[in-house]
Design a protein around this ligand. Structure first.
Ligand SMILES: Cc1ncc(COP(=O)(O)O)c(C=O)c1O
Length: 387
């Protein structure tokens, strides 16, 4: 594929957001990619996690993110739609996709299998397994990964009310998959932004119950995502403590040597990889009208994860700060930040503000609502707030 149809891989490089602003004077939002953070966390996972690391593509499918993770050694990808499977196949030759959405269309299953050769499919209900069995020939080359539900309160976003089978159903699914001639695995997801490692230990206890109930060793155990990012109001533990909890949980299971342990981190791998420069388009008393907002890249603020914020120092600002109400650019009055933000008292129309740690779910969840769509990506080599 030629470079013209693979945008956002070869990004222009600047030393800092200040340099970006000096060069572009952007009236549109600009994502500042910090590849060094993405590479560092990829290395941390590859060295510390006791198994295969699958990047959860949904969290940030931007080409620069996939490429940086791939270059950093990530070779496995948790894909949740046919479009994601295709993206990985086209952009990252040699990478392996795993179809980890428990509900898939027949067309997606067929193409994933026939066109892209995907071998792993998650299920959490017997009708999904029956659907797969009508499309993918029975045989051990296909692995049915049974997702068991876990309700862990230590995670900020729970993911098991929508997906995951109770243990008894998970056992029945594992047996049914084997009965159909497939191999099987077991997965769970503790919930996103999980604040300690205990959820993984509990999840692995459920996995143990499922394996004992099925009575046959699985070919893979997948501990899902949930590894946290560091927000102003929500911080998890050191990543190593999650890895040692997982190690501890695994040691109480007697898995065979050839059983592959996997994880599916999204947020942790990409959260620090992007910040966003926004511009003030109007100041009205204590309110700032910005060019990005709730329908744009700020889904995490919308759901109460607070991003670090600072003015881009294109000029000197007062040391005195005040609380501002922040509005996004659309005509919708719901387009308002759910919290006020402390910034210098002398901010004016035309100034720029940088929000850090927007790499997870920010760009992925932005919309085109009202004609606004942040789609400029540059690379910066400094750290947030460093001159
Ligand atoms: C099946 C699955 N795996 C992995 C992830 C990534 O989770 P996180 O970003 O919390 O690591 C998600 C997020 O929704 C998911 O649904």
């Amino acid at each position: 594929m030629d470079a013209a149809v693979r945008p956002h891989i070869h990004l222009p490089v600047y030393g800092s957001p200040e340099e970006v602003v000096a060069s572009l004077e952007p009236s549109y939002p600009v994502f500042c990619v910090r590849r060094h953070h993405i590479s560092a966390v990829a290395e941390q996972f590859l060295e510390g996690f006791p198994g295969d690391v699958l990047y959860a593509v949904k969290c940030n499918p931007e080409p620069h993110m996939l490429k940086t993770l791939f270059d950093g050694g990530i070779r496995h990808f948790d894909t949740a739609s046919l479009a994601e499977v295709a993206l990985v196949a086209e952009q990252l030759p040699g990478a392996t996709s795993y179809f980890m959405h428990p509900v898939k269309s027949r067309a997606a299953i067929r193409s994933a299998h026939q066109v892209y050769g995907v071998r792993h499919y998650v299920v959490d209900h017997v009708t999904e397994l029956e659907k797969i069995a009508q499309i993918i020939p029975k045989g051990p080359e296909t692995v049915i990964v049974v997702r068991v539900a876990i309700h862990y309160e230590g995670a900020v976003y729970e993911l098991s009310s929508k997906f995951g089978a109770p243990v008894a159903e998970a056992i029945a699914l594992g047996k049914a998959a084997l009965g159909l001639g497939y191999r099987y695995g077991v997965a769970f997801h503790v919930g996103s932004q999980c604040l300690d490692g205990e959820g993984f230990i509990q999840g692995l206890q459920l996995v143990d119950e499922v394996i004992r109930g099925v009575g046959t060793d699985p070919v893979c155990v997948d501990v899902g995502g949930g590894f946290p990012g560091e927000y102003l109001n929500s911080m998890g533990q050191e990543m190593e403590s999650y890895f040692s909890s997982i190690q501890k949980g695994l040691s109480s299971l007697s898995l065979p040597e050839d059983c592959t342990v996997m994880c599916e981190p999204g947020r942790a791998l990409c959260v620090d990889g992007e910040s966003l420069i926004t511009q003030v388009h109007l100041r009205k008393d204590d309110a700032l009208y910005l060019n990005d907002g709730m329908y744009g890249s700020f889904i995490e603020e919308k759901y109460n994860l607070h991003l670090p914020v600072r003015p881009v120092t294109t000029r000197s600002f007062s040391d005195a700060h005040q609380e501002y109400t922040l509005y996004g650019p659309t005509c919708d009055s719901l387009d308002i930040f759910p919290r006020t933000v402390s910034l210098p008292v002398d901010l004016e129309e035309g100034d720029w503000i940088e929000f850090d740690r927007i790499g997870a779910y920010g760009a992925a969840c932005r919309t085109h609502f009202n004609g606004f769509f942040a789609n400029t990506f540059v690379e910066v080599t400094n750290n947030f707030g460093e001159s």
